[in-house]
Design a protein around this ligand. Sequence first.
Ligand SMILES: [Zn+2]
Ligand SMILES: [Zn+2]
Length: 326
Amino acid sequence: MHAMVLTKLKSPLQWMDLPKPIPGKGQLLLKVHCCGICRTDLHVIDGELPHSMLPIIPGHQIVGTVVEKGADTHSLLGRRVGVPWLGGACGHCLYCLDGRENLCDAPIYTGYHTNGGFAEFCVANENFCFSIPDHYPDEQAAPLLCAGLIGYRALRFTEYGQNLGLYGFGAAAHIVTQAACHQGRSVYAFTWPGDIETQNFAKSLGAIWEGSSDDLPPNKLDAAIIFAPSGNLVPKALKAASKGSIVVCAGIHMSDIPSFPYSLLWEERVLRSVANLTRRDGEEFLELAPRIPIKTSVTTYPLYKANEALDDLRHGRFQGAAVITI
Ligand SMILES: [Zn+2]
Ligand SMILES: [Zn+2]
């Protein structure tokens, strides 16, 4: 099978011919239709996450069809499934036992610990695959699997804050905006200074205010989610936030947070991160998405152009999400 493989950190993926993987016990072999790209793929490639396994096929927003089954699996051949970042959890650590498998002590992350979806085929643990809502085309569904799921988990932590700020308006924010508007909340979109194109995109999705991350919005924020991997945004978001508000850092990696005066955190402002996802998040969100309905804005690239797609993500050259089609 053809695959785009990370063989060396901080270098482009390599186009390779590899044997088709064989599904083991509890695993499905999927013919990959498409795979979304995610900021996390860049962190993997750039060596910003610990314990990298090389070589690895990245990609953790996989939509594919079951074409072969390992022992002890129950899916029908031909079933369309989605594979998210959480590709497995131990099931017996303290976190797994109390329903926080997103914090599992021995997790398996797709496209990081096991080969992901930048390939014609991949294997996946059946118990961590999701069903894809019926009427979503493959490319539209792929970004729901990480940008959507993690965004939704972050949104849940903001509870019912009416004025919601989103810092970094990429794949996740464009989905979260639709979910938040559906909940009747007011979305404030913060972009790079001068990025009018992204600000217009945010407006088209329902944001009521768009501006630069250096700006203060006209109203205090009741909650904010930071999707961009820049620690500089933390004090900025706290400054824009009201008493008792929450600021959620939704990325897996962030540059250092500069020191800031305690007064920015005072009055019960909460600063927290969001890590990974649970299967419950996935099931809830994939049930909710078609009811809103969330429409993803997608730019597609063929598999052999995965490096171009990643470079475009790094430089913000598309709106919404990008998806590799196989
Ligand atoms: Zn565990
Ligand atoms: Zn991701």
